[in-house]
Design a protein around this ligand. Structure first.
Ligand code: MN
Length: 231
């Protein structure tokens, strides 16, 4: 993008690696779905009925690339991992029908919805619990032509080699087409939007020095390091 006409210069557009190419996937917005696996809803003390999906956003520049470091954030003593599958959109719209939703997907990936759990109070805004700097480690996006659409398969997170979260994508309460259709009734989705689809059970704390490895069957894995506490 030519920014020579701007009065100041800003950081580069956020982007993600694309499996099998040197080209990048540009990120416009990051949407996230809350409470989308029954066993995770239970562990958070919620109602396990199929409630309407909860949506929130993270800033695009909260992305941490594969192999990167997430500094342990300020003002939390309970910093948690949430392992999630990512949908990357190549096109968008409003009121997208479920039957057309998959047509808007460029590819899929692996991400972490890092969370200051002790600040995620019920009834309070989730902004500082969920949408802080470096809160969205995200691996390469694998194009649909390579992976096919991901509706099932193992989703797993290890911390220092120990399995912390393991489930299956087919246990999503709101499936991928339903997520896109529902979200597009609230926001006009556009090319470059990515959607984190929610975490399975097993969320828990991390500490400086931890190494997190997230895998989803058929996709590129994500490795991130937890850095020192921020002053
Ligand atoms: Mn989450």
């Amino acid at each position: 993008m030519d920014r020579s006409g701007f009065v100041i210069q800003t950081p580069e557009l956020a982007s993600l690696a694309v499996t099998g190419t040197s080209e990048r996937f540009p990120v416009r917005r990051i949407y996230c779905v809350g409470r989308n696996y029954v066993a995770h809803v239970r562990e958070m003390g919620g109602n396990e009925e199929r409630d309407p999906p909860i949506f929130f956003q993270k800033p695009a520049d909260s992305i941490v690339a594969d192999g990167g470091t997430v500094p342990y954030p300020t003002r939390t003593e309970d910093f948690h991992h949430e392992m999630e599958m990512v949908i990357a959109l190549k096109s968008g719209g409003s009121n997208i029908a479920e039957a057309q939703a998959l047509d808007h997907i460029f590819g899929y990936g692996v991400a972490l919805d890092m969370t200051r759990r002790d600040i995620q109070g019920n009834g309070k805004p989730w902004e500082i619990a969920k949408s802080f700097d470096h809160s969205c480690p995200c691996g390469p996006i694998t194009p649909v032509e390579k992976s096919g659409h991901i509706a099932s398969g193992e989703i797993k997170l290890t911390v220092n080699g120990e399995t912390r979260q393991v489930s299956d994508i087919d246990l999503l309460i709101w499936k991928v087409p339903e997520i896109i259709a529902n979200l597009s009734t609230y926001f006009e989705l556009k090319a470059g939007d990515i959607i984190l689809t929610g975490t399975p059970h097993g969320v828990g704390p991390v500490k400086p020095g931890d190494v997190l490895v997230g895998t989803i069957a058929g996709l590129e894995k994500l490795t991130v390091h937890i850095g020192d506490r921020q002053a």
